[in-house]
Design a protein around this ligand. Sequence first.
Ligand code: BYC
Length: 346
Amino acid sequence: MATAAAHETARTQAYGTGDATDTTGTDAYETAFDAAVAADERIEPRDWMPDAYRSTLIRQIAQHAHSEIIGMQPEANWITRAPSLRRKAILMAKVQDEAGHGLYLYSAAETLGTSRDELLDKLHTGRQKYSSIFNYPTLTWADVGAIGWLVDGAAITNQVPLCRCSYGPYARAMVRICKEESFHQRQGYELLLALGRGTPEQHAMAQDAVDRWWWPSLMMFGPPDDESPHSAQSMAWKIKRHSNDELRQRFVDICVPQAESLGLTLPDPDLRWNEERGHHDFGVIDWAEFWDVLKGNGPCNEQRMTQRRRAHDEGAWVREAAAAYAAKHSGGRQTGETGETGATRA
Ligand code: BYC
């Protein structure tokens, strides 16, 4: 690990002129970048960074942003049928939060030199992914609870370490997202607790939802470490702080006592405490199903993408109106024709 003083010298040499786009002296830039990562400092948008670091971040942040906005669909499915005004208000707030997370994340990706239009185009044309989890259907009201408890719980486990990601804008966006996800997780837990303590039918509905969401939630952490092409480099760059399998294990260990408190069982006959490892052993994940869902063959892939493209097309007038409004109020400071202001992309 570089000392802080060595890093400071390298950084001054590289960035001293303030012109990080200068292509001469790339070695010094690279040294400064490596030193900053080694010293656990944040890389900021104007800092020099390797092209592959930039493209890895764009890939991951875009996939994350897409997951947030596609993730609104399965839950929004239940807003009109929430069983009480209180539950409806909570669910609406949660779904709205997910839209907000998408906005923070698209903004973080834009600091890397891409645009939201470009990223959405890649999503709509299948060139970028979103999380596999949102290709499963929400069949009953209990699914809202299972998503909150398991899906948001998995998201928190994965995302808390991202608050320490080496790229500043992503790390900072994650702080607020994790706080909100924490609220989401608790509402799901509380919802399942109410159902679990309710009538036998309500308990059975909660159990059925957990049975269907458990394995897909474990898949959210990505493929096993030995089949994860990006993990090693992303961890070396401190984008990812833990491997997929480490986080998956952490999640299983968290969920087991919570399931007991809920009075629900996790659908895995191989799940048991391993004294030697200090962790729970768990059964084999169906990776063929995971890769199949990624290829577009999950139960809801087509429905999610059709709905996303339709929402985008139907929102065109909002984007146009916002662009016209921004142009009108820019007082000649911008032409408005590219639509490249925050206000133009509502
Ligand atoms: N689904 O080398 P790997 C949420 C892809 S929660 C789909 O391990 P990486 C929310 C991966 O992209 C969900 N694709 O990749 C919660 C790569 O494909 P490409 C979103 C997956 O990036 C509640 C290939 O498989 N969270 O937002 O090092 C309500 C090889 O994988 C999945 C995030 O995105 C998957 N489950 O690690 C609403 C968190 N897993 O790109 C919303 C940030 C892997 O080469 N992301 N792939 O074509 C991450 O932490 C990492 O990107 C991952 C994957 C751990 C997911």
